[in-house]
Design a protein around this ligand. Sequence first.
Ligand code: PEP
Ligand code: MG
Length: 875
Amino acid sequence: QKYVYAFSEGRADMKSLLGGKGANLAEMTNIGLPVPPGFTITTEACKEFYIAGRKFPEGLEQELETKVDWLEQTLNKKFGDPNGPLLVSVRSGAVISMPGMMDTVLNLGLNDQTVIGLATSSGNARWAYDCYRRFIQMFGNVVLDIEHHKFEGILEEQKHKRNVQFDNQLTSEDWQEVIGKYKAIVQKETGREFPQDPKEQLHKAIFAVFNSWENDRAIVYRKIHKISDDLGTAVNVQAMVFGNMGDDCGTGVAFTRNPSTGEKLLYGEFLTNAQGEDVVAGIRTPQPIAKLADEMPDVYQQFARTCTLLENHYKDMQDIEFTIERNKLWMLQTRNGKRTAQAAIRIAVEMVEEGIIDKEMAINRVDPNQLDQLLHRRIDPNAKLEVVAKGLPASPGSASGAVVFNADLAEKLNKQGQKVILVGTETTPDDIHGMVAAQGILTSRGGMTSHAAVVARGMGKPCVCGCEAIRIDSENKQFFVGNITVKNGDIVSIDGSTGDVILGEVPMIEPDLSAEFLKLLQWADNIRTLEVRANADTPEDAAKAREFGAQGIGLTRTEHMFMALDRLPIVQEMILANDIEERAAALAKLLPMQEGDFYGILKAMEGLPVCIRLLDPPLHEFLPNAEELAVEITQLKLTNGEPAKIQQKEDLLRKVRSLSEFNPMLGHRGCRLGITWPEVYAMQARAIFQATARLVKEDCKIDPEVEIPLVIELKELAYLRKLVEDVAEEVKKETGVDFHYSVGTMIEIPRAALLADEIASQAEFFSFGTNDLTQTTLGFSRDDAEGKFMQPYIEKKILNDNPFIVLDRKGVGKLMQWTVENARRVKPDLLIGICGEHGGEPSSVEFCHMIGLNYVSCSPYRVPIARLAAAQAAV
Ligand code: PEP
Ligand code: MG
């Protein structure tokens, strides 16, 4: 087992063994760039270290000895030799970068003797003693566990005593005084003197870096970023170069392209006469990298050439750390740079045009999840924010507005030109008009598939939901968060991409679909095989979806049409009808409205398929709330209200109660409504076909798909299909127009999935309703799980992800795969898609591609994301 690799022995593709930094230092060394020599202790050694109970694995000491000898010979310097002391840095280097989470020690090798040698040989005593005090401070903190502030206190005292502001105003004598005090602290805190033997220093520093893999910061960081705890860190030991020896020295960090805009221009900062930590610590303000061209033109030219070389070599934008020692450039690190979505797109597209990468690689370079940033208004990333609470990031984008607690008021204020944020414990279908009017929605309850979340995403409106930190007092029109009270009319801002709730107005940035973005999506379209449709309920949403590149509508939820304020009373009439005649009367009023709805959507999507789902939701969603009704009745009685009116309300209450269910999600909904009240589905089918006939007469090419929800059984579907077909025949006869349509079903109950082969015989298409399929497969309520118990399931690693967001491939996915295989066995050309929320989530889109679906369907604003994700799945 080899535990230690000289940089010249490694390569960029040995990342898992050498860590990111080690692998890239090796790569740079081997392409001949100026890298201070050194070696890397492998992540394997770190893993063995933990297996052995925090002990160096056998053989490591020996290898270290050999490599140190080699380093001494290479540099013609020696550990502990005052005439030419070897000084090194010891740095962590994880496989996946964890910036600042683990430990680093610089200037190792200094002691009371070597510092004198260094001072003499460099002719710069001030610098030599500065290095030594830095070393004691860092080593004392990182290796010996002495709190940072104990050292800082001494430094501050010294500056105060000398009446100076900056470290670099202190003299050699000052530093010697500081060193004496630092050493005294070490003696006091550890009971022994500061270690003078460089080999002991090295041993201890490596030990500390291994240990830092398990420090609290690192553990938390890994948890947040889903990095495995088993990877371990490598340790890089590298000869020191010094950026703090004088004005012909410096240190800096640069990106080969602008990481926020993507512009092809060196971007970064440097500090003359400084060591790397000074840049990070913000002790002095660094200068823009362009200034280096003025100050050290030769070095700048060399640096710029090196940047180009590295970019061409890695075929990606690089994030580079460098040091200049007496006019000589040294490269200390390179890695693929982090960037905004905007920059990612521009860089990927321009690199294709520059011939550095191909289109497939460009497509893989952009994280589809990041695109959300570009498709919505968002908070200026440079703004200072006062975040007072955090909820679920339910629908991306940001908004500011006056707090209102009531949908009617939201609508009224909006008409007066005011921007409002609708706040409530949750939203119900009654609030739709308020949601339309609001800039954003904030709820204290409900999960990522709650009413507020789904509707907001469909509208492309920012929404933060399940924000349990806020306590709503709707009676007095206010909410509390911590000890702050936010009143009706106060301005708040929400960030639906992070879940942040912020007091006051904040500066926003408008979305921009740049030319590069459109080009990248075009390339994606040429590569992907999965079609992308949108979920849309209105002609406006449909038009938006088309603009974003949707190839059809995968789901029109007709219940949203029933929720409009002017229709709700008629819908209630229909539900509360005492007999068939009464219901027929209500349905007759709804028919022309529905026909108009379908006409609008079908026309907006001319030439493309439109899947219209017949009524689905539990009936109670359309009815007044029983408790509120009871309160109203009591109030009427107390105020001697009109007896007839009281009677009417009491009748209503009785009816509402009789329709109430313990488990509405498993109750009288979906096609069960079509079975019990066929006339409702017949009305909807008629509306679809009358709209179709009109459009065909107008020479429009249209392709309606009639979808039956929540099916469990072949006979159920056969019954409803017949009903739809009969209506179609009637309309054809009545209008004299022949038209094409298809009938299919949603697969959203495990029984339907299991019986897919039977059910396929009665369907021309299937669409996975993975919101309900997840709910019914896991037995997790889609409205409650997130707020109540999802978090512990994820924290305890029982589930990797929230299954309502990222498709549960293992369980729900298995049912989907079974469905596809068995249905296609009997009907090879069956059209199969997905229209649950997962249809716009990149990893779920990949799975849909893998199991051979024809399309995914998602909210209009996620269409570009799905287009890119589908292309990534195909390359
Ligand atoms: C589903 O269940 O996934 C679905 C699309 O239907 P809804 O969300 O309307 O229940
Ligand atoms: Mg459903």
